[in-house]
Design a protein around this ligand. Structure first.
Ligand code: AMP
Ligand code: ZN
Length: 438
């Protein structure tokens, strides 16, 4: 695939000498820590508990003195106890899946939306996209950050945006063909599915369209899948990364496809040993911990996002100096990503247990059929709820499916099974069978 280097969106920042970038990061970190210490009782209490004041941050390495934040902290502060900006400065809310039924609400000031857009605009430009491009955004629009995140950035670089969102794949393909779409933002599995449906419609993405760039992320994928997408569809697969707690989709690889450029003026990434939480060296794989350096409404300091990856600090062939993140190869928790949506087994349990007929055991089975994920949940009924009446069982099954869908935002087929038939575990229950091959 072509590697032509494109102009920078913000050359002064993107090509900044490493030493200057690190000084800038330290300045931003110190001001962030002072801000949260002065204006948030949560942060102040946690820093006091660790015997810390903002004056203890002398260098970037001192970040390790600061306490971690976890998804539980976000959940415990639902809906907006973390917000640092006054309510009248919040211009948008998004929500991300939590580990139980409750989502995490993230608020944005105008500056937060602007920084998010700037971050992704730099990334899109680094792939070679610009005003001549037509970008179809096939990520969900709504509380999920994918759709609007790509939308704003694509508009900012002057591209024409097609806000297709998800669903109606045939129409998506017609739009790609008829409007001369050059880039598509989607999950990698959706792009593969789209390729299959296009073939069924007698359309070759490679030969009959000008789609050449896939902005792909929101779920794990592999180099093997990238090769398939590139060879079969003729679409350059660009790995994109972000998370709703951070803002949304924020970063991507450049046209060299050698790791995701993490704009250091917006974020500071640490990779830690998964057990000891000691910092790891460059290239060493461990748990990713993220500090967002400029967020106003919803700051995050040393957030344990749960992803496993490694970092590279060498200047990229494109000339950009910012750190690069390797592919995400796993999770430290049991989060699953199904059709780009995060799912925790604890959320499934939470929803199932609101049904009085449901027993103690369940099993989640995830498959990838025809490029798309499908999820099935086998649910044991309580002995007293088991009946020979198919109509009665169907009614229960439909209700469970409906409740799961509204908790998870993704549909799951439920199979009701007799009490005592699912596997029992002496140690940690293995509730998930993931049969997907990436
Ligand atoms: P969300 O908050 O729904 O945007 O989900 C964020 C999570 O999606 C991240 O913490 C990752 O686990 C996953 N994710 C996002 N982009 C990628 C990617 N390019 N590769 C692997 N996992 C990803
Ligand atoms: Zn690069």
């Amino acid at each position: 695939m072509g590697k032509e280097t494109s102009p920078c969106w913000n050359p002064k920042i993107e090509m900044m000498p490493k030493k200057d970038l690190e000084s800038l990061q330290l300045k931003l970190l110190r001001s962030l820590v002072s801000r949260v210490y002065d204006s948030s009782s949560y942060y102040r209490q946690r820093m006091e508990a660790s015997n810390l004041t903002p004056d203890d941050i002398h260098g970037l390495k001192d970040i390790i003195k600061l306490p971690f934040m976890t998804k539980k902290d976000l959940r415990d502060n639902y809906p907006d106890k973390f917000f640092l900006a006054p309510k009248r400065d919040i211009v948008r809310y998004h929500a991300s899946s939590g580990t139980t039924g409750k989502a995490t609400i993230v608020g944005y000031t105008r500056n937060d939306i602007d920084a998010w857009t700037e971050s992704l605009a730099r990334s899109l430009t680094s792939i070679g996209l610009g005003a001549d491009d037509v970008i179809q955004v096939s990520n969900t629009y709504g509380l999920f950050t994918g759709g609007l995140g790509f939308h704003y950035a694509a508009e900012r670089i002057g591209a024409a945006v097609i806000p297709a969102s998800t669903g109606n794949t045939q129409r998506q393909i017609e739009l790609i063909k008829d409007l001369g779409v050059t880039a598509l933002a989607a999950t990698p599995s959706y792009l593969m599915y789209l390729g299959e449906i296009a073939e069924k419609m007698g359309i070759s993405i490679k030969n009959d369209t000008v789609l050449r760039t896939g902005l792909l992320g929101a779920e794990p994928w592999s180099e093997g899948m990238r090769d398939r997408i590139q060879n079969w569809l003729g679409v350059k697969g660009i790995n994109c990364f972000g998370a709703s707690e951070l803002a949304g989709p924020l970063w991507s690889e450049c046209s060299y496809q050698k790791g995701i450029h993490i704009w250091g003026d917006f974020a500071y990434f640490e990779v830690l040993d998964t057990k000891t939480h000691e910092p790891l060296g460059l290239g060493e794989k461990g748990e990713l911990v993220i500090t967002m350096l400029q967020k106003e409404a919803f700051p995050l300091i040393r957030y344990r996002i749960g992803d496993i990856t490694s970092m590279d600090d060498e200047k990229c062939e494109c000339g950009r100096t910012h750190p690069r993140m390797a592919r995400i190869t796993g999770r430290v928790d049991d989060m699953l990503i199904v059709r780009g949506i995060n799912i925790f087994p604890s959320q499934v349990e939470y929803s199932l247990l609101t049904n009085p007929e449901v027993g103690n055991e369940f099993q989640i089975i995830v498959e990838r059929k025809s490029a798309l994920d499908s999820m099935m949940v086998k649910v044991e009924l309580k002995p007293e709820a088991f009946t020979d009446s198919i109509a009665e069982l169907n009614k229960v099954r439909e209700r469970i499916e409906h409740k799961l869908r509204s908790t998870l935002n993704v549909s799951a087929c439920v199979e009701l099974v007799q009490p005592g038939t699912l596997p029992r575990f002496e140690g940690k229950a293995k509730r998930v069978v993931d049969n997907r091959k990436l």
